[in-house]
Design a protein around this ligand. Structure first.
Ligand code: PGA
Length: 251
């Protein structure tokens, strides 16, 4: 059976003090989260602070929000997979829509990052999703399939097994407008069906998260859908109370 995963994407928010408070808050409430695996993705520079605060406990996983495709060298400003592992990360987001839209990452760039993450022993959380214009023109499935296919083309279908997929409709991210459980379920099922063509095991075991304005009020209905295996949470992951409430909605 697939375990739900609830991941917090802090984006570019927080400082040392708020990190200690937030991590302590999550750690203190962790025992009430029965079913879900819990992951937090702080900004790079706050990852060591989060790791120190967790102090070795392994029931809250750490991840980063991005990585470079190179292992080391003259790449000013960049961070590699091995650095993230060294800092305590287990996961890394790749292809978040903000990286695609604001920093020009192509499907091929995202695939290269997916590959670099796995080669560096990190679990990539591959973000896919359509813009509002793409949804309105009926292209949701085409876009999601293209984003997924770029990964399969580069690394091969079998490598997908060691990853997580997050379906995040761009129009729902940070907008307060969430996909309805049925709208999200439709795309999740489309993704799982696409995987099933490659391997039924792969399709059955893949954690497919929903992201986009998930909050304590809508999380249960979304996570309750058959093909939704948790959430990737932005705004509501910045307070321990709301993040934990979402984690508990998978109980
Ligand atoms: P949001 O962000 O929950 O603030 O909409 C989700 C995300 O970008 O991962």
């Amino acid at each position: 059976m697939r375990r739900p995963l609830v991941a917090g994407n802090w984006k570019m928010n927080g400082d040392s003090k708020s990190t200690v408070n937030l991590v302590n808050g999550i750690a203190n409430g962790r025992a009430e989260v029965i079913n879900a695996e819990v992951l937090i993705c702080p900004p790079y520079i706050l990852i060591p602070r989060a790791a120190d605060t967790l102090n070795g406990r392994d029931d809250v996983f750490l991840g980063a929000q991005d990585l470079d495709i190179n292992e080391s060298g003259a790449f000013t400003g960049q961070i590699s997979a091995s650095m993230l592992v060294d800092a305590g990360c287990k996961y890394v987001l790749v292809g978040h829509s903000e990286r695609r839209a604001l920093y020009g990452e192509s499907d091929q760039d995202v695939a290269a990052k997916f590959d670099a993450a796995q080669k560096g022993a990190l679990i990539p959380v591959l973000c896919v999703g359509e813009t509002l214009a793409e949804r309105e023109s009926g292209d949701t499935e085409t876009v999601v399939a293209r984003q997924l296919q770029a990964i399969i083309d580069l690394v091969g279908a079998e490598k997908l097994a060691d990853s997580v997929i997050a379906y995040e409709p761009v129009w729902a991210i940070g907008t307060g407008v969430t996909a309805s459980p049925e709208q999200a379920q439709d795309v999740h099922k489309f993704i799982r069906d696409m995987l099933a063509v490659l391997s039924t095991d792969l399709a059955e075991n893949m954690q497919i998260l929903y992201g986009g304005s998930m909050n304590p009020g809508n999380a249960s209905a979304l996570i309750g859908m058959q093909d939704i295996d948790g959430g990737l949470i932005g705004g509501a992951s910045l307070q321990a109370e709301s993040f934990l409430a979402i984690c508990k909605s998978a109980n």
